[in-house]
Write a protein that binds this ligand. Structure first.
Ligand SMILES: Cc1ncc(C[n+]2csc(CCOP(=O)(O)OP(=O)(O)O)c2C)c(N)n1
Ligand SMILES: [Mg+2]
Length: 277
């Protein structure tokens, strides 16, 4: 694990936001809003928090990351490329037929992807299963699973949450990317999930709420969540969908793209994200 350096992480996340925007613009489809809300935490995990080795994506003792909100695959792909799991040029093949970088992550196709996800709710169940397997095999890796706030409306999430406490999965850390929006609007209008931490606590989890764009807070929360006290931990991260580009922030229209960005807009958004390769 490298030394915690919030300035370096912030700069890395900025560059990854540029890569995400270029990916979805080039593909003409994909989910930029939820990728932007997630990328600060994804950056923290891949560049500081997780015990991983890009040279050995199948290393049995590596920490696992399960992107249960699998539609935000561009966030994971950008981080994996930047860590050297595959060449960055591959990012521009997102969603092409035959590309290893499909719209939703596929563990059989992409080095570094630990679980195939996309059907909301199910990735988290798999994460609990991996954590249980780790316990049974007496390995000390951790499993980090990121869920969306809309995703936790799925009943299967709560079955897994219940099982994780029953099996004392203190090697499982859940993150709720609480960006307050889902496909069709505000989560609070469609099916409220608040009070989020109270629900997890009700199932027996340790829960903490943070600003999911504040690297100091992110670091402190993951340090706390690594405690092995016989119960799983969840970090509820208050985030902004589309974070990083003002026109996208908190705007449901940026959940998914229906084509490339209009002329001029892509360049404008890139300029707002700042210089980069
Ligand atoms: C089981 C299932 N139902 C529906 C979908 C379609 N879908 C993709 S993203 C999404 C909204 C998810 O909202 P949220 O979890 O809040 O994600 P985020 O805001 O981070 O993009 C839906 C309904 C799906 N992928 N899986
Ligand atoms: Mg959401």
């Amino acid at each position: 694990m490298t030394e915690f350096n919030p300035h370096a992480l912030r700069e890395t996340a900025r560059r990854l936001r540029r890569d995400i925007l270029q990916m979805v613009h080039t593909a003409g489809s994909g989910h930029p809003g939820g990728s932007f809300s997630a990328i600060d935490i994804v950056t923290y995990l891949y560049f500081h928090g997780m015990r991983i080795d890009p040279e050995r994506p199948d290393w049995e003792d590596r920490d696992r990351f399960v992107l249960s909100k699998g539609h935000c695959s561009p966030a994971a792909y950008a981080a994996l490329a930047a860590r050297g799991y595959f060449p960055r040029e591959l990012l521009w093949t997102l969603r092409e037929i035959g590309s290893p970088l499909q719209g939703h992550p596929d563990m059989r196709k992409t080095p570094g992807i630990d679980m195939t996800t996309g059907s909301l709710g199910q990735g988290f169940s798999c994460a609990a299963g991996i954590a249980l397997a780790g316990k049974l095999q007496r390995r000390d890796f951790r499993v980090y699973a990121m869920l969306g706030d809309g995703e936790i409306q799925e009943g299967v999430v709560w079955e897994a949450a219940m099982a994780a406490v029953h099996y004392k999965l203190d090697n499982l850390i859940a993150i709720v990317d609480n960006n307050k929006l889902q496909t069709d609007g505000w989560t609070a209008d469609i099916m409220t999930v608040e009070p989020v931490e109270e629900k997890w606590r009700g199932f027996g989890w340790q829960a903490r709420r943070i600003d999911g764009h504040d690297f100091e807070a992110i670091h402190a929360a993951f340090e706390w969540a690594r405690e092995r006290a016989g119960v799983p931990h969840v970090i509820v991260a208050d985030t902004v969908k589309g974070k990083g580009v003002r026109e996208m922030e908190g705007n449901v229209a940026w959940h998914a793209l229906g084509g490339p960005l209009p002329a001029g807009q892509y360049e404008r958004f890139m300029a707002e994200l700042g210089e980069g390769a």
